[in-house]
Design a protein around this ligand. Structure first.
Ligand code: NDP
Length: 448
């Protein structure tokens, strides 16, 4: 069967039958596979080796119970996961997310995307993702620490510097990575680079915290340069107020852009005067307090607070969705277009719905997909792995230069593989460039 040319609808139907109810995963696969089919259908050895079927089935999924006690000594039970999706080109690599909405489908979509993203960086990193349906909002430091310790109590069996090297993601920052790493070290008696995003005192890499957001803006600058355009003087609307959003805002401002919004799960702020470094520092500090809402920004800095809404109706040149998946729908895209936006670059993973992507294509907007634009974080994580293995430390400047080089290379690969008469299709370019590397490795290792 796998020797026959593959029909997309049949392929998707079969995937849905095997993985019922995994909507986010189906969405991610649907957005990638159509770009890959012409290559697979033209390459008999890929069909013979069932590359697409194997690429859409994780190597393994680990699911486990996480028990922990709250400050009132009450026992809670959560579910932890690690999806080890594909290690054809290197150890599994991808973040850990702690959020009540975490489930297998979400982590499979993120792990699947991660395969292509990691391949695009040019580093030997496979794709994985993990997390738990734990809600840290309103929890004390002690409660979150105990949760991390309990989570690692099980996870440590499944990871290692040559096996799987997790990092942070939503609600897992360097504080949580520190607690996870400390627990791993105590259980295994090994001081090794088994997690990235660590604090500097634990062997973490300079600029890792900033890398994803900075990389998004660097990618945007390369896209604009390709059009003979520049970021300075542009007005940016950014969603999110976490790691990716605040650091994207930081570099954009430094590069001469005006950033006028940030958002969180309660709403968004519209600051007509534009954010400054001082205001961003305030946001970072404020949002580091568990459960703090961005609403307080409006009083602090004379801005407008819009509750329970996303910032897509605010006039801008460029939009950077940097909060979460499916946060930008078709209506949001149409509002952006009506208000003059010409460019959308994804800072978050799959923040744009399938319908929104169609609206973007129909309107011929310049579009940067997350798997390419937000790869700066995992790229610096890759460099953190190298420095841990070599027991050395690279300077901030060395890492900043390396990040710049990698984002340029990612842009250029996407541009090369996404070139068409109508211009560059960055999504297609990213999908094909990432796939080519992984498929070659999967084919080369054979099938048992
Ligand atoms: P953070 O936890 O630091 O910040 C997430 C932000 O998104 C918060 O402001 C949060 O608001 C907001 N948010 C979460 N859920 C929603 C929602 N349903 N509606 C509106 N806003 C929401 O995460 P990161 O900045 O690290 O990650 C953001 C995105 O970037 C994710 O998609 C992540 O997978 C992706 N990413 C992150 C990388 C990294 O290095 N950190 C690397 C590559 C991708 P609130 O505070 O109210 O919860």
């Amino acid at each position: 069967m796998t020797h026959d040319k593959i029909d997309f609808d049949e392929f998707l139907e079969s995937l849905k039958r095997r993985t019922p109810g995994e909507d986010a995963f189906h969405q991610a696969v649907s957005e990638v596979v159509p770009d890959l089919l012409p290559i697979v259908n033209d390459t008999p050895q890929y069909r013979e080796a069932a590359i697409l079927d194997r690429l859409t089935e994780p190597d393994r999924i680990i699911s486990f119970r996480v028990d922990w006690r709250d400050d009132d000594n009450i026992v809670h039970v959560n579910r932890g996961y690690r999806v080890q999706f594909n290690s054809a080109i290197g150890p599994y690599k991808g973040g850990l997310r702690f959020q009540p909405s975490v489930n297998q489908s979400m982590l499979k979509f993120l792990g699947f995307e991660q395969i292509f993203k990691n391949a695009l960086t040019g580093l030997p990193l496979g794709g994985g993702k993990g997390g738990a349906d734990f809600d840290p909002s309103g929890r004390s430091e002690g409660e979150i620490m105990r949760f991390c310790q309990s989570y690692m109590q099980e996870l440590h069996r499944h990871i290692g510097p040559d096996v799987d090297i997790p990092a942070g993601d939503i609600n897992v920052g360097s504080r949580e990575i520190g607690w996870l790493f400390g627990t791993y070290r105590r259980i295994t008696n090994q001081v090794e680079g088994v997690l990235t995003g660590k604090g500097l005192s634990m062997g973490g890499a300079e600029i890792r915290t900033e890398a994803t957001g900075y990389g998004v803006v660097q990618f945007l600058c390369h896209m604009l340069a390709e059009q003979g355009d520049r970021i300075d003087g542009k007005t940016l609307v950014i969603s999110g107020a976490g790691n990716v959003a605040t650091h994207a805002a930081e570099l954009a401002i430094r590069d001469g852009a005006k950033v006028i919004t940030l958002s969180d799960s309660n709403g968004y702020i519209h600051d007509r005067n534009g954010l400054t470094q001082e205001k961003i520092d305030w946001v970072k500090d404020h949002k580091s307090k568990s459960g703090a809402s961005l609403e307080a920004y409006a009083d602090e800095f004379d801005a407008t607070w819009c509750a329970d809404a996303a910032p897509w109706g605010v006039p801008c040149d460029v939009a950077l969705p940097c909060a979460t998946e499916n946060e930008l729908g078709k209506d949001g895209v149409n509002a952006l277009i009506d208000n003059g936006c010409t460019t959308i670059v994804e800072g978050a993973n799959m923040p744009t719905t399938a319908e929104a992507k169609k609206a973007i294509r129909d309107a011929d907007l310049l579009f940067g997909p997350g798997k390419a634009a937000n790869a700066g974080g995992v790229a610096v994580s890759g460099l953190e792995i190298s420095q841990n293995r070599q027991r050395r430390t690279q300077t901030r400047q060395e890492l900043a230069d390396a990040l710049k080089d990698i984002m340029q290379t990612i842009h250029d690969s996407c541009a090369e593989f996404g070139q068409s008469k109508a211009g560059i299709n960055y999504t297609k370019g990213a999908n094909i460039a990432g796939f080519t590397k992984v498929a070659e490795a999967m084919h080369a290792e054979g099938v048992t």
